[in-house]
Design a protein around this ligand. Structure first.
Ligand SMILES: [Fe+2]
Ligand SMILES: [Fe+2]
Length: 357
């Protein structure tokens, strides 16, 4: 008789170990007290669906999202769920959100949504909440506690200052390098909510937080930044295993601050350059991060993509799927206590930056 691993464990637990060990040890051996299981979820982000006029939308952004959805549907075994990391729309219009949702509806599985600034600053999240999801919430899955934050809020006096039209506020927040913009933050109300949410979670339970902006300070002029990042980090400090996964930066980044591992996800729309390579201004990109190789900066799909994420004993391995570029895996190393690129972390393995003239 052949027996698969699961059937074997069942039989062993019930028939052999169960009979021989005291109940408490059986529970420990089979993880009843620490029930984090291994599984996979998909992650698509920053689609920036943009209306031109009426039913006309920017085709390239549509195609990025369509391609990611098609590829993610091919994952076997099927991921447990999908995340969308924010910036579904370009200018927060109903038409853009509806069109983006229509493409996303082809994804086979449950989708959890994170809000981006491009989804929010036209109507302050009103349509998003009525149609898509709350702006922040938490859920549990197979022994992991997941938290979705709305990290793109800002100062009330900026949000509610006298704008000629809501679209002016949207456009002000949508631009990089805009001196009239305002830094992102989670804000006091949400910090209080997060504190309460985490109070009921056992310190040994792995926690995965999803945000749109990085909950760390990388580069302020582009809002690769969350003003109250340290306060969020402090609330997460008591937990043994914490991962924060964010969109917004449209490039691979990773970092380790204390007990918290950070990972960025790819955009389906376009890649941002790394701040230093473009602005020459000082920035705080983690030294850990091996920048992505842009094989062809003149090809608009290059360095865009999506990812699936393996949960391994409560730690994450990010599997970046990059059409027309090299796929990359950045995974937590238990030996070094931080995320590492499985292929390029060592300096001698890195691909030298390419120059195009
Ligand atoms: Fe974005
Ligand atoms: Fe964004």
């Amino acid at each position: 008789m052949t027996m698969n691993r699961r059937a074997f464990l069942k039989t062993t637990a019930a028939g052999l170990i169960g009979a021989a060990l005291p109940l408490r040890l059986v529970k420990v051996a089979f993880g009843a007290d620490s029930p984090a299981q291994d599984f996979t979820f998909g992650y698509i982000s920053d689609a920036h669906i943009q209306q031109i006029k009426g039913t006309k939308f920017v085709r390239n952004w549509d195609m990025g999202l369509i391609r990611a959805v098609r590829e993610a549907n091919l994952l076997t075994p099927k991921p447990d769920f999908f995340m969308f990391g924010g910036d579904l729309a370009q200018l927060g219009k109903k038409e853009e959100l509806d069109h983006g949702l229509e493409i996303m509806s082809n994804l086979r599985g449950k989708v959890y949504y994170v809000t981006g600034e491009h989804d929010y600053y036209l109507d302050l999240g009103e349509y998003w909440q009525s149609k898509i999801s709350p702006l922040y919430y938490s859920f549990d899955h197979k022994g992991i506690h997941f938290v979705v934050l709305n990290s793109i809020l800002t100062y009330d006096n900026w949000i509610h200052k006298k704008w000629d039209a809501p679209m002016d506020r949207m456009l002000a927040m949508a631009r990089l390098d805009n001196p009239d913009g305002s830094p992102f933050m989670v804000g006091d109300d949400q910090l209080a909510w997060l504190k309460k949410d985490l109070e009921k979670i056992d310190r040994a339970t792995p926690v995965v937080v999803f945000s749109h902006s990085p909950i760390q300070k990388i580069f302020k002029p582009w809002n690769f930044w969350t003003e109250d990042a340290e306060q969020v980090q402090a609330l997460l400090k008591p937990f043994e295993k914490v991962t924060i996964i964010y969109g917004h930066v449209h490039q691979i980044q990773y970092n380790q601050i204390g007990n918290i591992s950070f990972h960025a996800v790819m955009a389906t729309a376009w890649p941002w350059p790394y701040p230093e390579s473009y602005t020459q201004l000082p920035n705080c990109l983690s030294k850990l991060t091996v920048p992505m190789n842009r094989a062809d900066p003149f090809f608009e799909r290059d360095a865009t993509g999506w990812q699936y994420i393996d949960l391994d004993k409560g730690r994450t391995a990010m599997r970046y799927q990059l059409p027309d570029n090299t796929n990359r895996t950045v995974a937590y190393s238990t030996q070094d206590g931080r995320p590492e690129d499985l292929t390029y972390q060592e300096y001698r393995n890195r691909i030298p930056p390419q120059r195009h003239y």
